[in-house]
Design a protein around this ligand. Structure first.
Ligand SMILES: [Zn+2]
Length: 265
């Protein structure tokens, strides 16, 4: 599930593959960028902000020599992969390809990307300025995240943690796992959560712990089937108390929780 840590990892993959490189070709397979050609453009750097990817480029001098950002969002199913030149693009079916960026040392292929847009770097804030503090950002600000959460006292904590305007990077997996570990029901209103700062701090530590690897684990185990406490474990016994894990819709997403370890308040 692409959450803040996955997007952070993806940004690093693109950074290693393309940073400093001059593109030798591009192929956009989305209508809004079909006529765009980034041949000759230089990749400055790749960064993530919450679940948004920002690939920063500079256009050639004869095209203005200006700083631009190729924005993409992975949502539930998007991915970027870097291949060596000549390597077969085996990660996903070809019909999911939305963009191909070629450089002398690597080919970056974006699959099923959302919100693909090329904007002046100076206007990045128009796409990511609404986001709350980024859990994996250099400017992570837990106090500001708590302040933003607390501004919605009647919302459920399950929905508030997913709202990227409060804090950026938590997806459904970390939401479910953090609330289990804190013993808080996802339906608890924000005002009744005993320790918002502790909840936010734990979310940050869990994401940070999974930086640099693709298996997301909140239990400490990387073994298949043992990487989560509640997420994806409907009807299986709680690892702490044995009660069957439940799954229900909460807002627009499903949530998993243990009714015994996470009682309603
Ligand atoms: Zn339990």
């Amino acid at each position: 599930m692409p959450e803040g840590d996955t997007v952070w990892n993806t940004a690093r993959v693109l950074q290693r593959a393309l940073a400093g490189a001059r593109l030798t070709g591009s192929d956009f397979r989305v209508p809004q960028l079909a006529a765009t050609d980034l041949t000759g453009w230089t990749v400055r750097e790749s960064a993530s902000r919450g679940k948004h990817l920002l690939l920063r480029l500079t256009s050639p001098a004869d095209q203005g020599g200006r700083d631009w950002t190729l924005h993409s969002h992975l949502r539930m199913d998007g991915a970027w992969r870097a291949y060596a030149p000549g390597e077969r693009w085996a990660a996903r079916p070809a019909h999911l390809i939305r963009v191909v960026l070629r450089s002398p040392g690597a080919v970056a292929v974006g699959y099923h990307l959302h919100e693909l847009a090329l904007i002046p770097t100076a206007e990045e804030e128009s796409l990511v300025g609404h986001l709350g503090p980024d859990l994996l950002g250099p400017d992570w600000d837990p106090d500001e995240a708590v302040r933003r959460l607390a501004a919605h006292p009647d919302e459920t904590i399950g929905e508030a943690l997913l709202d990227q305007r409060n804090l950026a990077g938590v997806g459904n997996l970390y939401k479910c796992e953090v609330l289990f570990l804190r013993g808080v029901s996802p339906w608890t209103p924000v005002r009744a959560v005993p320790d918002l700062a502790g909840t936010v701090g734990l979310a940050q530590r869990l994401l940070a712990a999974n930086r640099g690897r693709w298996t997301q684990s909140t239990t400490g185990s990387l073994h298949r089937g043992q990487t989560s406490y509640v997420y994806g474990r409907r009807a299986q016994p709680c690892r702490r108390c044995g009660t069957a894990i439940r799954k229900e819709e909460l807002g627009e997403r499903v949530t998993y929780w243990c009714p015994a370890c996470q009682p309603d308040r």
